[in-house]
Design a protein around this ligand. Structure first.
Ligand SMILES: NC(=O)c1ccc[n+]([C@@H]2O[C@H](COP(=O)([O-])OP(=O)(O)OC[C@H]3O[C@@H](n4cnc5c(N)ncnc54)[C@H](OP(=O)(O)O)[C@@H]3O)[C@@H](O)[C@H]2O)c1
Ligand code: SF4
Ligand code: SF4
Length: 374
């Protein structure tokens, strides 16, 4: 396993972290297959993985419970354990302690090494500040219930910068992969955070698995080479010095073995020219296949109503391109946007269309986006 220095106290964290959001199940999402999960997590730890990430809401609460079981028999001491406060369920300041204490109980531990505000987006941040979440976290650090305090993020680059600058965070977690360089925090956010010395944990490195199971025209590109898509997509992330840790949500033991093997061969600036060219072609093909040919140039902005035009197109493209597999994620992201930024706030005034270098019929296209998500 490769390890990277993480944060101010220079913890040695494995390049690959175990994400416990897509565990094997027996039918229902909440029915986690406990023996298979315990075997996978322990195999990963026995082969050098020392970071496990879960959350209050994963698998209807059972991810934390089963992770707790996997970490029995001495495994807890071998890993950094991360979980997240479900800020979208918080109503009052007392809820902070209530959730954390329940999580400690589920995970059978007295201490969470890395504690995150889950899915921080513009609408939640002011409320969390009002409720004093950062002061509360410092008290929980002082009494030993949590260690490093950070946030996981799903909003625009501008919001990301505001949140990064608003507090002395220990780390952050962003969605990032080879087709999401300009989505959410994106490459700009990765570099911004790392430039400020903030460790960046990457989630959805395979875009929830869709990059490993691409549309036919993208498959054809991969098939011209000897490479596996998941392997290259993961090593493309580890190639970057700004990435501190890549979380993969592995669902089978075979995937755990493969991804550990990829992590062992990973390193900064290690992709060869053929691999870089392959990534470039794959990314170009995804762009070409996107139903709305928006280049995200931003010339159409600002919209007088506040509609975030490129982001709405990005979400729509993602659902279509990945045959609906990303629909739940994109739907959540759409509804997490302030109402004024959503496609349905468009009044078809036409102002933006005059400015679009691609001559897109923006008003009409936003209607399709609204139909998809509303
Ligand atoms: N807001 C948040 O805080 C947030 C949001 C998202 C994720 N996360 C965290 O980040 C972790 C990683 O995100 P993610 O689960 O979306 O990761 P991901 O790596 O993008 O997707 C995981 C999926 O990729 C596929 N996969 C993994 N390894 C593979 C391999 N070697 N070959 C082929 N397919 C492979 C599997 O899909 P199949 O089922 O198709 O096999 C697996 O379920 C999560 O588990 C969670 O802990 C946090
Ligand atoms: S057409 Fe819609 S998106 Fe474009 S400027 Fe007018 S209201 Fe905004
Ligand atoms: S101007 Fe056109 S291409 Fe550029 S971001 Fe707006 S819709 Fe997309």
């Amino acid at each position: 396993m490769q390890y990277r220095k993480f944060g101010k106290d220079g913890k040695n964290v494995s390049a690959l972290g175990f994400g416990a959001m897509r565990l094997p199940t027996k039918g229902k999402e909440s029915a986690v297959d406990e023996p298979a999960t315990v075997e996978m997590i322990r195999y990963a730890i026995d082969h050098g993985v020392n970071y496990v990430d879960t959350a209050y809401v994963y698998h209807g609460g059972n991810s934390e419970v089963v992770v707790g079981k996997a970490l029995e028999n001495g495994y807890r001491e071998k890993v950094f354990l991360a979980t997240k406060l479900p800020i979208f369920l918080v109503e009052k300041a007392d809820d902070f302690d209530r959730f954390l204490d329940e999580q400690l109980h589920r995970l059978q531990t007295a201490h969470i090494d890395f504690y995150l505000l889950h899915c921080l987006q513009a609408p939640y941040w002011p409320k969390m500040q009002e409720l004093g979440v950062c002061d509360w976290a410092e008290r929980a650090q002082a009494d030993g219930r949590i260690g490093q305090f950070g946030f996981s993020f799903h909003d625009s680059y501008d919001v990301f910068r505001q949140i990064v600058d608003a507090y002395d965070w220990s780390f952050c977690q962003i969605q990032y992969n080879l087709v999401n360089e300009e989505v959410q925090a994106g490459t700009a956010g990765l570099k911004y955070a790392a430039g400020k010395g903030l460790p960046v944990v990457v989630m959805e490195p395979l875009f929830g698995g869709t990059l490993a199971n691409p549309p036919q025209p993208v498959w054809e590109i991969w098939q011209e080479s000897e490479y596996r898509p998941a392997d290259v997509a993961l090593r493309w992330l580890w190639d970057k010095p700004e990435v501190s840790l890549v979380l993969s949500g592995m669902t089978t033991l075979e995937q755990v073995k493969q991804n550990i093997e990829s992590a062992c061969r990973s390193g900064v600036d290690l992709l060869d020219d053929e691999e870089r060219e392959l990534v470039r072609r794959v990314r170009d093909k995804y762009r070409e296949l996107s139903p709305i040919p928006c280049t995200k140039c931003g010339y159409c902005l600002p919209c007088p109503n506040g509609v975030n035009i490129p982001l709405n197109f990005e979400l729509y493209n993602s659902v279509t391109l990945f045959k609906g597999n990303t629909r739940p994620l994109c739907r959540n992201l759409y509804h997490g946007l302030p109402a004024s930024e959503r496609a349905q706030a468009c009044e078809e005034c036409g102002t933006c269309e005059e400015r679009c270098p691609q001559h897109l019929e923006i008003g009409k296209l936003l209607k399709s986006v609204a139909e998809e998500f509303v």
